[in-house]
Design a protein around this ligand. Structure first.
Ligand code: ADP
Ligand code: MG
Length: 467
């Protein structure tokens, strides 16, 4: 993958974050393809898929005769969909009865260096029989006195009899890697390093989740597709480009995407009398097709509480725009209802929804944390169409900042189901209306109450007519 597409479409957030890599990743993920980072990993995953049972869960037990590699394995498993199995008290008690007092019966089970084939066999038997364990990674670093082939034989026979997933790690002298396949009948997969085995465990678990995943459904929302298509077609006939504020509003309304009350005021108009129908507090914004990031040039003023403040904001904005050298690009001003003021006692997050076209994969939908820092935080995920309700759920839960939506530090949870609905409505819009090249809703302000979730900034670019 490359990110060449990024530079080309840098005028939208979605375009600049998308790129071929994101498209390929989204498509493969949605189709249940296990993606690997190297040819070596591919071979390892094949060993796992063909050489041991598929896991029935994600609970991993590590057992070892050396502490270091087991800790490396436990660290590698952390945060990749696996959890360390909580082995039962009964199993622990039995393990303690077998091992010397210096050993640890806690997962990772450290049998210490004196462990031989018999210890591996008996402890493995207890571990695979524990209902809390789905996968086992036995690690063996041969001390001089213990025979590695015998340990591998015992691990293999317990594994085969159990039907559980076993991925072994042998950190031995070179010749053993050749001897195992010849001298151990049908050995379980063995890897040289703990991280390799953990990666395979992760991939097998991913495959399990994919197999167990219900298909999901593609919901159909009531929408005025015709009206939306008319808006896009008119722009296309006019040569394409960004939709103006009124056209954008019509498009979003047609698909039930929540907008805010707003009026557009011409450059020489009076902002106060034009916006008489909008209640304070309001937000004043510059309008101009070429002005991509309005705040960068002083083109957004929020929290305006009175007519006098609105009038002085208008003149302050003119000064900033002139200073930034963009006043010539201004086609008007927008007075918008202010959504969920930060001090309104309401939890409030800014998310981004977007779409960019990939030349090979078609439209790519993006969801992530929004606001001014999207490109810096890069906390976004992509999906290709079609999108099911399940895809939307996974998308929302797929960003690092998801806990912020759930509510942290005493904040309430935002309406996450509504966020999922917005993603699906956008998917329907992108699928059913021809000619949108890319779009960004940034931000969509989301709150615990559905009625206060609003798209406050939308940029929609229509493709130029063909030919
Ligand atoms: P731009 O992205 O072009 O800089 P935006 O319209 O996205 O301009 O506004 C920048 C920021 O101002 C938003 O991220 C949001 O925090 C705030 N904002 C803009 N419009 C509103 C609104 N109607 N209500 C509340 N906050 C708003
Ligand atoms: Mg914006």
């Amino acid at each position: 993958g490359t990110s060449a597409a990024g530079a080309r479409a840098a005028s939208s957030h979605t375009g600049s974050l998308a790129g071929r890599e994101a498209a390929a990743d989204a498509l493969l993920r949605q189709c249940g393809v296990l993606r690997v980072g190297s040819i070596e990993e591919m071979i390892h995953v094949l060993q796992g898929l063909t050489g041991t049972a598929m896991p029935r869960g994600n609970r991993l037990c590590i057992l070892t005769n050396a502490g270091g590699p087991a800790i490396m394995a436990a660290d590698a498993a952390d945060g990749h969909g696996l959890t360390m199995a909580a082995i039962s008290e009964e199993t622990k008690r039995r393990i303690r009865a077998i091992l010397p007092p210096e050993a640890s019966a806690e997962n990772p089970i450290d049998m210490i260096a004196s462990a031989g084939p018999d210890h591996y066999e008996s402890v493995m038997k207890l571990v695979v029989a524990d209902d809390n364990v789905d996968m086992v990674i036995p690690i063996f670093v041969p001390p001089l006195i213990v025979e590695p082939l015998e340990v591998m034989r015992r691990i293999t026979s317990v594994a085969r009899a159990s039907g559980k997933t076993v991925l072994s790690v042998l950190m031995a002298e070179e010749s053993y890697y050749q001897r195992i396949p010849r001298e151990v009948p049908d050995p379980v997969p063995f890897f040289r390093y703990p991280e390799d085995a953990v990666k395979v465990a992760e991939q097998l678990n991913r495959y399990r989740l994919w197999r167990e995943r219900p298909a999901g459904t593609i919901p159909v929302f009531k929408a005025d597709t015709k009206k939306a298509q008319t808006v896009v077609d008119a722009k296309r006939r006019a040569g394409g480009g960004y939709l103006g504020p009124a056209e954008t509003l019509a498009l979003l309304d047609a698909f039930g995407l929540p907008t805010v009350g707003q009026v557009v005021v011409p450059v020489d108009g009076d902002v106060v009398s034009a916006s008489a129908g909008i209640e304070f507090p309001v937000v004043l914004k510059v309008v101009g097709e070429k002005i991509v990031h309005k705040s960068d040039v002083g083109g957004v003023i929020v929290g305006i509480n009175s007519s006098a403040a609105l009038r002085s904001a208008r003149s302050a904005m003119e000064t900033s725009l002139k200073k930034a050298g963009v006043f010539g690009d201004v086609s008007g001003f927008l007075v918008q209802e202010m959504v969920a003021p930060p001090d309104g006692g309401d939890s409030r997050q800014e998310i981004i929804l977007g779409m960019a076209h990939d030349p090979k994969f078609g439209p790519l939908l993006m969801f992530g944390m929004g606001g001014r820092y999207v490109e810096i935080l890069r906390d976004v995920v992509f999906r290709v169409l079609p999108m099911t309700d399940l895809d939307a759920k996974e998308m929302v839960r797929g960003i690092r900042s998801y806990p912020l939506l759930e509510g942290v530090r005493g904040e309430a949870r935002v309406d996450i189901e509504f966020v999922e609905e917005l993603i699906l409505r956008l998917a329907q819009l992108v699928h059913d209306v021809d000619g949108i090249q890319e779009l960004d809703f940034n931000p969509v302000i989301v709150t615990p109450a559905r009625a206060r979730c609003r798209i406050v900034d939308a940029r929609v670019r229509v493709a130029a007519p063909q030919g």
